[in-house]
Design a protein around this ligand. Structure first.
Ligand code: SAM
Length: 299
């Protein structure tokens, strides 16, 4: 069996809700030829980084994340790794040193940085030592993830992922955009372009969906606005794919289930259900990829 790591690049952000583990079920269903690929809810960029397209647009509403992607694309892997390792040593960070973590978090939240690269580097350094590598802000956009004591750290694996990721992002024609999805300009897209959406899920709670990230909760209104945008793209013959869950936590997303009947729904196996077992009852999670085009041919 081919290992995922031989085929796909993993985001160095260990992003909650990241799609790395199911890339082999998503990417083969994307169109073979893509002019502009829009990763509308880019997050850790596990998807966009692995797509072949003339241009890849990374969009996310969290500005520091967009700055980080910019930093990765403007510097070589060696530059990023050297500066990161210096920063980790300079700040005395390790798995046990809570005090060092809190000191850096305090600096990041209150210091006025003259150099944007320094701020971005401190942000990424914090993520690597944060609980579950979560990125969370309070309502005032102050970073508030606790220390990942004895668990989170920069290690050999992070370094390997980081190198592969930065090498790749250096070599793609990437555009970074920090719009709310409703404000994104879809008007220039055409039939060879492709929009991938991996929004927060209405019926599950990721840390990006708990109102604690300086971004508001994902609401039914957001969901409906997104589905309208996708309908509009469809009427303009622009292809899209949407990742989501129809059922989770004993809840069913009725709006999405109804809407999805117009399109193609592919069931994604084996992530939330955490095993190869069949779903045991109707309340187990049903994770899906919804597309507005038919099967693509495999090479
Ligand atoms: C499930 S995550 C995406 C994970 C990504 N596909 C990956 O594999 O790494 C959803 C992302 O949507 C972003 N987001 C939430 N609300 C948004 C909005 N209104 N507009 C744009 N992005 C938003 C969040 O910041 C989060 O990064």
């Amino acid at each position: 069996m081919i290992k995922m790591s031989e085929v796909y690049i993993k985001s160095p952000l260990n992003y909650v809700g990241g799609k790395y583990k199911i890339l082999n079920q998503i990417i083969p269903k994307f169109p073979k030829k893509i002019n502009t690929f829009v990763d509308l809810f880019g997050g850790g960029f596990n998807v966009g980084i692995n797509v072949d397209a003339e241009t890849v647009i990374y969009n996310d509403v969290i500005e520091p994340l967009c700055e980080l992607m910019n930093y990765f694309s403007d510097n070589t892997a060696n530059e990023v790794i050297d500066k990161l390792e210096d920063n980790i040593n300079f700040n005395n960070l390790n798995k046990e040193n809570s005090e060092a973590f809190l000191k850096l978090r305090n600096k990041y939240n209150h210091y006025i940085y003259e150099n944007i690269d320094e701020r971005v580097l401190d942000f990424y350094t914090l993520i690597l030592y944060s609980f579950n590598y979560q990125i969370r802000f309070n309502q005032n956009m102050k970073y508030n993830t606790p220390f990942g004591k004895n668990r989170s750290c920069y290690n050999h694996n992070t370094k390997k992922n980081l190198k592969q990721f930065v090498d790749k992002i250096n070599n793609i024609n990437i555009k970074i955009s920090k719009e709310k999805f409703v404000d994104f300009d879809f008007s220039k897209l055409g039939a060879d372009d492709f929009v991938y959406c991996d929004p927060p899920y209405l019926i599950t709670t990721g840390s990006y969906n708990d109102g604690n990230r300086g971004v508001k909760d994902w609401t039914v209104d957001d969901e409906k606005q997104l589905l309208n945008i996708l309908d509009d793209l469809n009427s303009r013959k622009i292809k899209f794919a949407l990742s989501n869950v129809l059922v989770a936590n004993n809840r069913k997303n009725e709006v999405l289930t109804e809407w999805s009947k117009k399109y193609n729904v592919y069931i994604i196996e084996n992530t939330f259900n955490n095993s190869n077992y069949r779903r045991k009852n109707k309340n187990d999670t049903i994770e899906v990829l919804i597309t507005n085009y038919g099967e693509v041919e495999n090479d």
